[in-house]
Design a protein around this ligand. Structure first.
Ligand SMILES: *Cc1c(COP(=O)(O)O)cnc(C)c1O
Length: 432
């Protein structure tokens, strides 16, 4: 029945998450509320880190793509798990610093970093700037000279791969706003600029082919293309790439039908491709970086709501409304993402009721899921939406002036609030 190992049902028939009764949690913290399981987050971190060590003999690093779920507590967990971070804005850099994260293990991504963000990153000692375009390369050279600081860069290229996923979360193809194109010569131009600039240290190349990818062969293909690019760079410049960042995008289970590839298979197969291709091309095996985001946190999170109005439209559908929606989970309205929902206080009952789960926001498209099977709902029930740990809190908004819900972190018997719920006063804090 369940999409994540943190889930279960107790003797009361209530949904259990991370060992806690979710109905009790809803009473204690109110709804809507995000609940995260630290045990599963750490377990996910370790499986990537261990597998990295096994397959690359420790010559690599796992960095958490923190846009999936970013808050001070999360950066602390990631630091304790000996991982690096991928940050994509001044705000994420600031949050990580406030959490005491060692910034030399931070990698700064983004397709249009502002000048002030770039300067902030360099001054903050961010370990690598992931250069996305020629304009940014120029600006970074200026900044490195102005601040008289050596800036380590990795150049993001488009490997020209179309991964099988939703077009909005596909990023490796030529028609993408991310990265430098190989065919136009822009990628090589950026690399030559980096190599000739006095205060820029060119470290390597990066690609990220998309998100929620199930097919290991997409990743193998990308790895092969990237090693080919390493060879081109060596032939054209004489420089041997030291670091190869293969991005993230590993798929997770939102619904029972989802069958993501075993990450072990991914790690093993991709490592084989890299080692074999490098040997064949007479290149040193590079330091390998991977950037999981969703696969660290998605299944380790659920959202609890209270069911409100229920409207049956004859011969059409039944709208089951919850006390949140696109303001705390905009993924359905953005890209029709799949989610599984459970009535938490009836988790042992059969899911034989077809519902359209509607949010409370003033948008017809504000839904969590359409035509999904749940236990027969009644107003006042607690509804859990599963696998909401990634790109939910981090994508939340105050649309309709809804305060953002709290994030509660469970850790075995312990529980703690890691992000407080917003109040009405928070909503007007910046109003003049
Ligand atoms: C979003 C992103 C990731 C993480 O993607 P997931 O699907 O969450 O694993 C990694 N690297 C880059 C550059 C990204 O933009």
């Amino acid at each position: 029945m369940f999409v994540s190992e943190s889930l279960g049902v107790n003797e009361k028939g209530h949904l259990v998450f991370g060992g806690h009764d979710t109905v009790d949690l809803s009473e204690k913290y109110g709804t809507p509320v995000y609940i995260m399981d630290e045990v599963l987050i750490r377990k996910n971190c370790r499986k990537f880190v261990n597998s990295m060590n096994e397959n690359y003999d420790g010559n690599g690093r796992v960095i958490y793509a923190s846009k999936a779920f970013s808050c001070k507590a999360m950066y602390k967990i990631i630091n304790e798990e000996n991982m690096g971070i991928d940050v994509v804005s001044g705000g994420e850099i600031y949050t990580a610093m406030q959490a005491g994260f060692p910034m030399e293990k931070a990698y700064f991504h983004g397709s249009n970093k502002s000048l002030s963000e770039l300067e902030f990153a360099v001054k903050s000692g961010v370990g690598r700037i992931m250069v996305d375009n020629l304009f940014e390369m120029e600006k970074l050279i200026e900044i490195s000279e102005k601040l008289d600081t050596v800036v380590n860069v990795i150049v993001r290229v488009k490997p020209g791969i179309e991964a099988e996923t939703h077009s909005f979360i596909m990023t490796g193809q030529t028609d993408s706003k991310f990265g430098l194109d190989l065919d136009t010569g822009d990628a090589m131009k950026a690399i030559k600029m980096a190599l000739s600039a006095e205060k820029i240290a060119f470290k390597g190349i990066h690609c990220h082919i998309g998100s929620q990818i199930f097919a290991v062969d997409s990743f193998e293909h990308a790895a092969k293309v990237m090693v080919g690019i390493m060879e081109d760079i060596k032939n054209e410049t004489g420089y041997e790439v030291e670091e190869l960042d293969l991005g993230g995008g590993f798929g997770i289970r939102y619904i029972e039908e989802h069958n993501p590839a075993d990450f072990r298979e991914y790690m093993e197969k991709v490592a084989v491709v890299i080692k074999e291709e490098c040997a064949a091309k007479n290149l040193k095996t590079p330091f390998v970086i991977i950037e999981p985001g969703r696969s660290i946190v998605a299944e380790a999170g659920i959202t609890l709501y209270t069911v409100g109005a229920i409207k049956t439209i004859p011969d059409c559908r039944t709208y089951v409304s919850v006390d949140g929606g696109m303001c705390d989970n905009p993924r359905y309205i953005l890209y029709q993402s799949s989610y599984m929902a459970v009535i938490a206080n009836k988790a042992n009952e059969k899911a034989d009721f077809c519902a359209t789960i509607a949010g409370k926001c003033c948008e017809s498209g504000d839904m969590i899921q359409e035509h999904t099977m749940i236990q027969k709902p009644e107003s006042g029930d607690i509804m859990a939406v599963l696998s909401t740990g990634a790109y939910n809190y981090s994508m939340s908004s105050n649309y309709n002036r809804n305060p953002r819900p709290a994030v509660v972190m469970l850790n075995g018997d312990e529980e703690r609030i890691v992000v407080k719920a917003e109040t009405y006063e928070d909503l007007i804090r910046n109003d003049m």
